[in-house]
Design a binder for this molecule. Structure first.
Ligand code: CMP
Length: 140
């Protein structure tokens, strides 16, 4: 499998509880290199643009309000098969369904406050990385 990049977000429920370092330990333990990282406070309109593909879902307004409710840590992860590997380390969207040892099982509070986001395809990864980072900010 080729080396890929993917976008990771450490969400408001996690930054509020000061567990970004523990989440990063999971990522690095899975051989995902953090090649870009910054802390940002999203506006509601930035959150709505980022999650535009979910605009028709019932949870969209709540999701965007939550994502703008506290700082997030946005990251670019790089490694072999990084998109699938990251999704494996994160676990299922709903922490109640996530496997033991995954980030969402260990830290997630609920289906919305599930601590982390990860790109779900190469096309999403390219769009999501470009949403937050310029090439100059990514240092492999
Ligand atoms: P994420 O992987 O960032 O993708 C969309 C987000 O919407 C998801 O994680 C959750 O934070 C949030 N969400 C809230 N409710 C739901 C739901 N019922 N199903 C899926 N995602 C939800």
């Amino acid at each position: 499998m080729a080396v890929q990049r993917t976008l990771s977000i450490i969400k408001p429920d996690a930054t509020r509880r000061r567990i970004s370092g523990r989440i990063n330990a999971h990522l690095e333990g899975a051989e995902l290199n953090i090649v870009a990282q910054k802390r940002v406070r999203l506006s509601i309109s930035q959150a709505r643009a980022f999650y535009a593909e979910h605009a028709e879902r019932a949870f969209y307004d709540d999701l965007c309000a939550y994502m703008a409710s506290a700082p997030v840590v946005v990251q670019v992860l790089e490694g072999e098969d990084a998109i699938a590997r990251h999704r494996e380390v994160m676990g299922a969207t709903n922490p109640a369904d996530a496997e033991d040892g995954t980030i969402r099982k260990e830290f997630g509070l609920g289906v919305q406050e599930n601590s982390v986001h990860g790109s779900d395809s190469p096309a999403s990864a390219a769009r999501e990385i470009g949403f937050f980072f310029s090439e100059m900010e990514i240092v492999g």
